[in-house]
Design a protein around this ligand. Structure first.
Ligand code: ZN
Length: 243
């Protein structure tokens, strides 16, 4: 099976379109989305509808959760909270219902685990090998040796071998039987690694490879829509520099 994995689309229609176009060119059997379909940018309905219509398998992100009204964004910074309230008003009832129904984590039939933040907590960030270590312990209980996560918007792979956790920013990984992996494809709709191109990854379960990709998209158009919607200007500007 060949999987495409995307995360943190954040209502960025141009980024999602470019990523899906690239994925379609490569050709995959299934597309997985690690949450935060909405928040920050200006096209929430369009992005949710593409995810739904294409049958993309998704888990819930912390922004999806706030927008859906499961929690209020009291712990968000003011800019992120503004975008949550704006998005909540914008979304159709049907799309809100879809977000409310997303699972927190999913264990697929071939042992792939999908989460947004931590295995047991949608809000927490896996930011370093120590966080990864704690999550590897929780993953071991589920029997999964390969987990895809989102949330920090930075593409990275944490690798555990004989109890030691390291990390890799290599573009291509060959997965080995005796190792365990926690892998983030990067934040498609709002990259935070100073590369403004939209990221995604391809996992080939036959070849046992993971390949990280980046794709250009029409950032100026996304920025214009954010400003036109009256969302905070910072949300537009940060896309250009990829932070
Ligand atoms: Zn996010």
């Amino acid at each position: 099976m060949r999987y495409a994995v995307i995360s943190d689309v954040h209502s960025n229609l141009e980024a999602l379109g470019a990523v899906l176009h690239s994925i379609d060119t490569i050709g995959v059997d299934s597309i997985l989305c690690l949450g935060d379909i909405v928040g920050y940018n200006a096209d929430p309905n369009e992005c949710v509808e593409i995810i739904r219509e294409r049958g993309i398998v998704a888990v819930m992100g912390n922004h999806d959760e706030r927008v859906a009204g499961i929690k209020e964004p009291h712990d968000f910074n003011p800019i992120a909270a503004d975008a949550v309230y704006w998005t909540r008003e914008e979304l159709t009832e049907e799309n809100l219902e879809y977000l409310r129904g997303l699972p927190r984590r999913l264990l697929l039939h071939d042992g792939i685990m999908m989460i947004h933040g931590w295995v047991n907590d949608t809000d927490r960030y896996i930011m370093n090998p120590h966080d990864a270590e704690v999550n590897f312990h929780m993953l071991a209980e589920s029997g999964s040796r390969l987990c895809f996560f989102g949330h920090p918007h930075v593409a990275v792979a944490y690798i555990r071998e004989r109890g030691e956790v390291g990390y890799s920013f290599d573009e291509q990984l060959s997965l080995e039987e005796e190792k365990e992996y926690l892998i983030n494809p990067g934040g498609a709709g709002q990259p935070r690694d100073r590369d403004p191109r939209a990221p995604f990854l391809i996992y080939d379960s036959d070849q046992k490879t993971v390949t990280f990709h980046r794709v250009e998209y029409d950032i100026e158009k996304t920025m214009e829509k954010i400003l036109y919607a009256g969302l905070p200007r910072t949300l537009a500007e940060r896309l250009r520099s990829g932070w």
